[in-house]
Structures are given as structure tokens and as C-alpha cells.
Write a protein that binds this ligand. Structure first.
Ligand code: ZN
Length: 206
């Protein structure tokens, strides 16, 4: 049993979206069928403009509708430090905890030999060029703490060795509010490796 063709066609399009099965797609389609015309027109226009207006920033490769992007044009951010992330969405996460602090460089992926993704396939050559051009003093490599994320971090450190730029890696370990009992051994190992001194920074109590 099939619905009329325009309904089936929309269901078919919606099931291609991540996490949407036929049941949800059908529910969404019937919601749209009953929605008012202004909403339908706005929704269609938003989808059409997504591809039309969103591009990559020519400096940091973040997704943007202005050139250069809002982060690259923000003079409040120091020029010397660049935070390197895997995906544009990761910028938002860093901004939420460190607002208006860093400039960014989006790699759009990580090195993954199994899937045939090498350094030239992500924005690593552009990063090297940028370090030389902008006189960057520190790279904070904020790729995920996965095998591929670590490989990418080490590759960048090796590649930029001769450029006299300080390379730092975000620490991985026990989350704030976490409990050792519920933490996996690899994370505990990483937390111990990334331990820091308390006594060096401690102030006298009186
Ligand atoms: Zn930018």
C-alpha cells in the first residue's frame, strides 16, 4: 500500500536524513501536509539558501555566510594562537567555554589511512601555509582523542617542527564531575599521563 506520489516522494527524501526511518518520515510528511503555507514556504527557502549562501572561510575554512568569517574578522582575538579542530561544529563547543579567545583552523576531517584519507585530503597544507604567512606562535590541536585524532596531531607537530611554533594538545582525562569507578582504563591512563602539579601553583593557606 502506497500513499499518493507527492507524499511518497517526500517520505523517500526524508528517510535519507540521518536518524530518520520511514515511520518518522511519514509522521513529518503528514505534519507538513497540514502545516500553514507560510511555514512551508519559509522551510523550502531555508533549505534552498543553505547551499547557496553557506561557503568556507578562505582563511580558517569554517562554514560562513560572510567572508572572512566572524572569528577571523574579530580583532579581539590574539593573532598568535590558532586552535585546530576537526569540524566546524567543534568551534562552537570551544567558544562556549572560551569565548572570543582563539582563532581557528578547521581541518574538515582527520588522517585515516584505512579510509584512504591522507594529510593532503584535509586542510593541513593550508594550515602550514597559514603558520608561515601569519607568524603563528602556538597551535592548540583540539582534534578528538581518537587514534585518528592523535595521529593527525602528531603529523601536524612533525610537519611544523622547523617553523618554531609551539604545539600543544588538549588534555584528555576524567570529565568534571566524573567518578573513577565509571571511567574506562584508557581514560584513566591518559588522565595520569596528563597529570599536573598542584604543589607548584598552591598558595599558602594563611
Ligand atoms: Zn575564518
Amino acid at each position: 500500500m502506497y500513499y499518493p506520489e507527492p507524499i511518497e516522494r517526500l517520505i523517500e527524501h526524508l528517510t535519507r536524513l540521518p536518524g530518520i526511518g520511514r515511520k518518522t518520515a511519514t509522521r513529518l510528511t503528514f505534519f507538513l501536509l497540514h502545516a500553514n503555507n507560510t511555514y512551508i514556504a519559509d522551510l523550502s527557502e531555508s533549505i534552498a539558501q543553505l547551499k547557496e549562501k553557506i561557503r568556507l572561510c578562505s582563511i580558517c575554512f569554517n562554514i560562513t555566510d560572510i567572508e572572512p568569517c566572524q572569528y577571523c574578522r574579530d580583532e579581539h582575538r590574539g593573532k598568535g594562537i590558532i586552535c585546530v579542530v576537526e569540524e566546524p561544529s567543534h568551534i562552537m563547543m570551544i567558544e562556549s567555554s572560551n569565548p572570543r579567545t582563539y582563532r581557528y583552523h578547521v581541518l574538515h576531517g582527520v588522517i585515516n589511512p584505512i579510509e584512504g584519507i591522507g594529510p593532503e585530503d584535509i586542510r593541513i597544507p593550508e594550515l602550514k601555509e597559514r603558520i608561515e604567512r601569519e607568524g603563528v606562535t602556538e597551535l592548540i590541536i583540539a582534534t578528538n582523542p581518537t587514534i585518528e585524532g592523535n595521529t593527525t596531531a602528531h603529523y601536524i607537530a612533525e610537519l611544523t617542527k622547523s617553523l618554531h611554533v609551539r604545539i600543544t594538545r588538549i588534555a584528555s582525562g576524567i570529565p568534571v564531575g566524573g567518578d573513577l569507578v565509571y571511567t574506562d582504563p584508557l581514560t584513566i591512563k591518559s588522565a595520569i599521563e596528563n597529570r599536573r602539579s598542584l604543589s607548584d601553583d598552591s598558595q599558602p593557606l594563611s
